[in-house]
Design a protein. Structure first.
Length: 339
């Protein structure tokens, strides 16, 4: 999609000039902006790479979309700073780009994803013979902090789940969405795309396609089963329109509910329920894992239900519970209070 000249990020500037003193070096897309286009000399390599990761690597559509945006952003930065194409890129160019991202306030997780996209592109170009040397080979990964996720208490979760108005089709839908996300630990992308025929309410399980199109079977608890049945009988029929597909959760227009809309709904109902924590859709997934481990569930079983490739990702939730117990001890044990 073409970008107007007023919007174009690829205006030539001197390399390294005032790099660390400006937050305008890195182009951020704002909501409503048209997608950025890469400089023409970079475009064919990016297009070929995007086709390759979709067909050969099987990455999820969300990952593919994010990688493309990251690479276009990088290409615009490189073009602006005098590098004519990928073949001319050096480690210094990429280090300058990462420095600009850091100055511009990007989170460590975002930096890691951008570097992952760039590394994959560089290796692809080397493999295709388009690039002689991998310019990312000596780059170090940004150090990720072990951020403890925010989980709702059980009382807060009950208030949140009770917030939707079950007298309306949308309320029935929203309750079913939240019960499934919390009851089965689903990602927002998974719940927005789950199909009606992927949920077996009689046997209490659902077939979910997660990151990298990996399939897993998750249990669907009793409360979620009741909420979904209620939605299927008294909610979804009112939302179906001509052209509606087989997705379980539909918008008012009869289209699959979007991830952004679920985000908005979570924020809205959290506010209605008086939840003071910064609850996000992922917070429901955090709460699912934390409450299971609090109840004595095996971390490997929780890993399987969450679809984590690495048990270390799941084990962060055990740190959450350990921290909570330490805080309880500090606050209420008389000897701890006297220390």
């Amino acid at each position: 999609m073409p970008v107007s000249s007023a919007q174009s990020p690829c205006q030539r500037t001197d390399f390294f000039v005032e790099l660390m003193g400006s937050k305008t070096e890195v182009v951020r897309r704002k909501r409503g902006d048209l997608p950025l286009e890469p400089p023409s000399a970079y475009e064919s390599d990016i297009s070929a790479f995007m086709a390759w990761i979709q067909l050969e690597r099987g990455l999820s559509p969300n990952t593919v979309e994010s990688y493309e945006a990251d690479l276009v952003q990088c290409a615009c930065f490189l073009h602006n700073h005098g590098s004519p194409n990928w073949q001319d890129v050096s480690l210094e160019h990429i280090s300058a780009w990462i420095s600009s991202l850091t100055v511009d306030g990007y989170a460590v997780a975002s930096l890691a994803r951008k570097l992952s996209a760039l590394r994959m592109l560089a290796r692809y170009l080397v493999g295709e013979g388009s690039l002689q040397n991998d310019f990312t080979e000596l780059l170090k990964n940004p150090q990720k902090g072990r951020f403890l996720p925010h989980a709702l208490s059980i009382e807060e979760m009950e208030r949140f789940l009770g917030a939707p108005d079950l007298n309306t089709p949308q309320g029935k839908r929203d309750r079913a969405i939240f019960e499934l996300m919390y009851g089965s630990g689903l990602r927002v992308s998974e719940v927005s795309s789950v199909l009606v025929n992927a949920v077996n309410l009689d046997d209490g399980f659902a077939r979910i396609f997660g990151k990298g199109a990996k399939e897993r079977i998750v249990p669907v608890g009793g409360e979620a089963v009741l909420a979904i049945r209620n939605y299927l009988h008294g909610g979804r029929p009112h939302l179906v329109k001509d052209g509606s597909g087989g997705e379980l959760f539909l918008s008012k227009r009869g289209t699959p509910i979007s991830r952004k809309m679920i985000w908005v709904l979570v924020k809205d109902y959290a506010n209605r329920a008086g939840i003071e924590k910064n609850l996000t859709p992922h917070g429901l997934r955090h709460s699912f894992a934390t409450h299971l481990l609090m109840g004595g569930a095996d971390v490997r079983a929780v890993q399987e239900m969450l679809g984590h490739a690495d048990v270390g990702t799941t084990q962060i939730y055990t740190h959450v519970e350990s921290q909570r117990l330490q805080e309880e001890h500090t606050n209420f044990h008389p000897l701890a209070q006297n220390q």
